[in-house]
Design a protein around this ligand. Structure first.
Ligand SMILES: C[S@@+](CC[C@H](N)C(=O)[O-])C[C@H]1O[C@@H](n2cnc3c(N)ncnc32)[C@H](O)[C@@H]1O
Length: 266
């Protein structure tokens, strides 16, 4: 016996509703799983998440997707002989505002390429070479033994904190590293707190505005984006030097006084 048209239509609608309901439940379950996985970050509305692009981690800060960290197997690239000519790393070091007794933090130091060059300019001071990869710190320790430059100290930081004492640093240098920080806000605040009042953060990033710079998109930053993010960390922009062929040389400063009990070293 055939079903009446009205009954057939009702059954079809019920079936459709069941299928749609099941799909919605499946989607909700997937969304809950993703949320649970990202719980520590989604609790903090600073970060967004999307499907990762090829060079990124899918985590968004102030409209910018954060890039992958360059692994320690890329150490050879950081030390390539042509780097000085291509990036004019000599000019980079020359233009840093350094005094002989300064305390410098080289954050995301990698192999210590800049740490050891700066160490020679602060014979009465010291360089804290911070990285999150122990393999990079091993390279720095080996180089320290080889060069005899005793004023470089390797410091193991973590993704959110470079582990620097409050109000202890005259200059923080970040070369080609900040765009990799998976917690840029937390790192920015921690670095700002580690600076002495008037202390400088020099941020070096490949120019995101310049298509001629042959570097992957997420490994570059625009000046505007950099300024917005440094301001969010509590630092004020001082100047941008036009001295490097491929990178911005951006100088920021801590204006805040130190909290009581966190006396700045002289
Ligand atoms: C592309 S390398 C640049 C190294 C060095 N500044 C140079 O220019 O030769 C970036 C480095 O930043 C480090 N890094 C990434 N996230 C970090 C974080 N949250 N704190 C400290 N170092 C970090 C990586 O482990 C890597 O060694």
């Amino acid at each position: 016996m055939g079903l009446k048209p009205a009954m057939r239509q009702a059954l079809s609608l019920t079936l459709l509703a069941w299928v749609l309901g099941a799909c919605a439940q499946e989607q909700a379950a997937q969304a809950t799983a993703v949320e649970a996985e990202q719980a520590p970050d989604t609790a903090d509305s600073r970060y967004g998440f999307e499907r990762p692009s090829r060079d990124g981690i899918g985590k968004i800060y102030m409209g910018r997707e954060i890039s992958h960290v360059m692994g320690h197997l890329g150490a050879g690239w950081l030390e390539r002989p042509e780097r000085e000519r291509e990036e004019r790393t000599d000019l980079l070091v020359e233009n840093l505002p350094l005094a002989p007794d300064d305390v410098i933090a080289d954050i995301g130091a990698g192999t210590g390429y800049f740490s050891f060059r700066m160490a020679q300019r602060v014979p009465e001071g010291k360089v804290l070479a911070v990285d999150i990869q122990p393999e990079m710190l091993d390279i720095i320790e080996a180089r320290k033994a080889e060069t005899g430059l005793g004023n470089v100290t390797a410091v193991l930081g973590n993704e959110r904190d470079p582990g620097l004492a409050e109000c202890s640093v005259d200059l923080a240098l970040l070369v080609d590293a900040y765009h990799e920080f998976s917690y840029p806000f937390e790192m920015g605040r921690a670095i700002a707190r580690a600076l002495k009042p008037g202390g400088k953060l020099v941020l070096i990033e490949y120019r995101g505005e310049d298509p001629r710079v042959p570097i992957k998109r997420l490994h570059k930053m625009t000046e505007q984006q950099s300024q917005t993010e440094m301001q969010a960390a509590g630092l004020s922009w001082v100047e941008t030097l036009d001295v490097l062929p491929q990178q911005h040389f951006m100088v920021f400063q801590r204006d805040e006084a130190c909290a009581a009990g966190a006396a700045a070293e002289s």
